[in-house]
Design a protein around this ligand. Structure first.
Ligand code: ASP
Length: 333
């Protein structure tokens, strides 16, 4: 019997239409899930595929309301014994954030695979149809189970924790620079190299948060980008607007100028959670390297980039944790 895979569509360039096939200008989120499935007839060689439209937006417009609905729907579908896996179609701009959010909040070992495209549906050499085909192949594959949320793009299988978008236009935009790929998929043929080593999905402490019609409110956490002569008062705006946490996209190993360190330490003393991440695309941020995190009351993001660190901190703050617990979460997830 063929496995059953449900595609949940959210929009993005994979559902985009360009003004002309050889022109850069286009609008995201124009093609419906029905049309997308019809455009890849060979999908039914892999699985019995059905689709649902969750949203149809460019991923720059994905919101936490959409994400809560998405993860709630995935959790409900995967409880059904006859559903083997899920594919989420999504824009590439914030794909790594959605994949990481799902990696922490999906409550199942079954495959959940996020995919998208760099070229609109009607562009020359559109990459969406093959990405969708490969994503369905992974979602239908029993060997993909227990590997957390995966991202399939351009024949690569990435883990949600490690991948990041590295190029604004190239189809080879996603890399997993610190930990490497989970595997590859070529015209539906899968090869796996490893299991992601960070905790995820059915083992995540956040996997019950959005199981049913959830009323969980996610607290506001902001990101402040470090640079030469960084003005520390940007952080005042965040806190005045209700932020309970601030992620610093620091220079190098999560650094910021002395004025910002002082301001952030004062805020940490008043109970604002300060996480040092990095604006550098690869590498980890270590504790007490050039900044005295112990004295300042800071948390380091370890491998998580600022956007993913923000998501982990938002979920962590739903539990009213202490500093030590939050730091431990950054070493665990
Ligand atoms: N802006 C688009 C989006 O994220 C880009 C893409 O999908 O490649 O929806």
């Amino acid at each position: 019997m063929k496995p059953r895979v449900v595609i949940l569509a959210t929009g993005g360039t994979i559902a985009g239409i360009s003004h002309a096939p050889a022109q850069a200008g286009y609008a995201s989120g124009q093609v419906t899930i029905r049309q997308m499935i019809q455009s890849v007839p060979d999908l039914d060689h892999l699985a019995v595929v059905t689709g649902e439209q969750i949203s149809n937006v460019g991923s720059q417009d994905i919101s936490f309301d959409i994400l809560k609905r998405l993860t709630g729907r995935i959790n409900a579908l995967l409880e059904q014994a006859d559903i083997h896996g899920i594919v989420v179609t999504h824009g590439t701009d914030t794909m790594e954030e959605t994949a990481f959010f799902l990696n922490l909040t999906v409550n199942s070992p079954k495959p959940v695979v996020v995919t998208g495209a760099m070229r609109p549906a009607n562009a020359i050499s559109a990459d969406g149809p093959l990405n969708l085909f490969n994503a369905v192949a992974v979602a239908a594959d029993s060997d993909a189970q227990e590997r957390g949320v995966l991202v399939v793009m351009n024949d690569r299988i990435h883990g949600a924790h490690s991948l990041t978008k590295t190029n604004t236009t190239s189809v080879e935009t996603f890399l997993s620079p610190v930990n490497g790929l989970v595997g590859t998929v070529n015209y539906g043929k899968t090869v796996y190299f490893r299991f992601p080593f960070r905790r995820h999905t059915f083992l995540s402490r956040f996997s019950d948060l959005f199981c049913t019609q959830s009323r969980v409110m996610l607290p506001r956490v902001d990101i402040v980008y470090a640079c030469i002569d960084m003005p520390p008062d940007l952080m005042d705006c965040c806190v005045a607007s209700g932020a309970q946490g601030i992620v610093i996209a620091g220079d190098g190993n999560g650094n910021m100028n002395q004025a910002t360190v002082k301001k952030a330490a004062r805020m940490a003393g008043r109970g604002v959670f300060i996480v040092r991440s990095s604006r550098v695309p690869t590498g980890t941020v270590g504790r007490n390297v050039e900044v005295d995190d112990d004295a300042c009351g800071f948390i380091v993001s370890d491998e998580l980039n600022p956007a993913k660190a923000r998501i982990l901190l938002m979920l962590a703050l739903t539990e009213k944790p202490d500093l030590k617990t939050v730091q431990q979460l950054f070493y665990t997830y």
